[in-house]
Design a protein around this ligand. Structure first.
Ligand SMILES: NC(=O)c1ccc[n+]([C@@H]2O[C@H](COP(=O)([O-])OP(=O)(O)OC[C@H]3O[C@@H](n4cnc5c(N)ncnc54)[C@H](OP(=O)(O)O)[C@@H]3O)[C@@H](O)[C@H]2O)c1
Length: 250
């Protein structure tokens, strides 16, 4: 069965990010898309009759509650979602003096907490808020953006403590949610996705030593993500995959 039925409904969280926006553009180019709901902290500018833009911060309980309300149909019933892409994530934030740590002396409690809040807690709480739209018997795929540096087995370099650890926690939360969701919808599939180094504001300060052929465009990554969505199903739920659709060690 096609993972995305005709007229499918997608939800993209973080539509103004580099990868989030590219996924929205790709969905709007798909004639089989029924509707895409896009959530962003600042207004989403693209217009389409098939796009509903919701302004809100899903890292807050209010933002998640508003999103839940917006996703209910006219009769108050929960609209089934066939695809959810969580494209938010935090590596550095100049305004709040957050930078990836090079050494133990750089560790900062507030920065650690903030990265865990945005990168790990929020994706899990999003799934909690979206449960009425995910449970049932319809095919539903949740892709949450992770990072290879969140792999404990693959950590040969060290550094980037908060980002690495928050993405490792993200992966555990997604794997655990995948197990529960399987009971609530046998057609569900939850995937943690590493996009590869992608040209966006998140990676820009760290691109200098990335070879040109290893720096992907957001459009390429969106294409790879959508190809993974079509190829992966309930049997793969809870897995951690990269842009080439290959499994990454935990
Ligand atoms: N780019 C890469 O090389 C790379 C590599 C591995 C993994 N990833 C992962 O891919 C995902 C997407 O990243 P990207 O490359 O598209 O980066 P991006 O362009 O910087 O987008 C980041 C997204 O996260 C949201 N965000 C950041 N901090 C937030 C906060 N405190 N509260 C709420 N929302 C916040 C941003 O919202 P606003 O637009 O409202 O700021 C934006 O939607 C992230 O999870 C990232 O960790 C990226």
């Amino acid at each position: 069965m096609d993972r995305l039925p005709d007229g499918y409904h997608a939800l993209i969280i973080g539509g103004n990010g580099g990868i989030g926006r590219a996924v929205v553009d790709r969905l709007l180019a798909d004639p089989r898309l029924g509707r895409v709901t896009v959530v962003s902290r600042i207004p989403f500018e693209t217009f389409s009759s098939r796009l509903e833009a919701i302004e809100g911060d899903v890292t807050t309980p209010q933002g998640r509650a508003e999103l839940g309300r917006a996703l209910h149909g006219p009769g108050g019933h929960a609209v089934p979602l066939h695809l959810v892409v969580n494209a938010i994530g935090l590596l550095h934030d100049d305004a709040n003096n957050i930078q990836p740590e090079k050494r133990l002396e750089d560790l900062d409690e507030a920065a650690l907490m903030e990265l865990f809040r945005v990168n790990a807690a929020t994706p899990a709480l999003m799934i909690q808020a979206l449960l009425p739209h995910l449970k049932g018997s319809h095919p539903t795929t949740v892709v949450s953006l992770s990072a290879r540096v969140g792999s404990i087995g693959d950590n040969g370099l060290g550094g980037w403590y908060a980002y690495r650890a928050s993405k490792a926690a993200h992966n555990m939360l997604m794997k655990t949610a995948a197990i529960e969701l399987k009971r609530l919808n046998p057609q569900s599939c939850v995937l943690s996705f590493h996009p590869g180094t992608t040209d966006s504001s998140l990676s820009r300060p760290f691109q200098a030593r990335v070879p040109a052929n290893k720096l992907f465009t957001a459009d390429f990554v969106a294409e790879q993500l959508m190809s993974m969505v079509q190829q992966r199903g309930p049997a793969d739920s809870g897995g951690f995959f990269d842009w080439a659709n290959e499994a990454i060690p935990w």
